[in-house]
Ligand binder design. Sequence first.
Ligand code: UDP
Length: 246
Amino acid sequence: MPPVPDASSAKLSWKRVLLKLSGEALMGDKGFGIDNKVIDRLAGEIDQAVKLGAEVGVVVGGGNFVRGARLAAGGTNRVAGDHMGMLATVMNCLALHDALARRGLPARVLSAVAVPAICETFTQRAALEYMAQGHVVLFAGGTGNPFFTTDSGAALRAAEMGCDALLKGTNVDGIYSADPRLEPDAVRYDRITHQEVLARGLAVMDAAAIALARDNAIPVIVFSIQEEGEFIEVLQGGGRATVVAD
Ligand code: UDP
């Protein structure tokens, strides 16, 4: 783990950020579920970000367990599948919360889907209060509605929380004109507008998420969460990433 830089000398490009982690980011090489080593590393990076003075909200996906659309393709009712997907995001948030708690970092799980025996239900007021108190806020349940994704949930929470940027941690180091794993000639963008992402149909986030970020002037920074320390680099204005901004 890299040393924690002196907070007083740290320069952050964005103070309040919404970090979007896909469910797949939590599973490491396992192919399914949660890899404890990976979640501990991610918790460590969030801890560093907080020590640098960042206010961090996290939206975690659920694709390491369930995706409603995939279940529907196999015959499951789509809404039931999406409900399962949203519950998967609750499980991932509980795992990340546990890893943060073991580091002594104050954090709260707020779920858009009410599971009161397990975590609090999301309200904007509670989320803003926790963040103002220095808690990391983990947003579970996506938007709380079927037919949406956690990318849309991330854009929604970023807007509600007044975040300065939405940092999307993916498996690649930015946005490409095509999947670089399939097309070696794919062009990588350093900077692109929300509108261009939509017009070119670039598959970085779903259109609803990009449009919501555009309409609320929220920059989206796409970087590889697989690279250790990259979240901190990006937070400090460095690293390798694509910036989506107008
Ligand atoms: N989901 C949903 N509504 C939401 C967010 C998520 O129904 O607002 C369901 C949907 O089935 C989705 C699954 O939860 O496939 C997991 O979320 P997502 O696919 O966004 O996870 P990720 O790809 O980020 O791991």
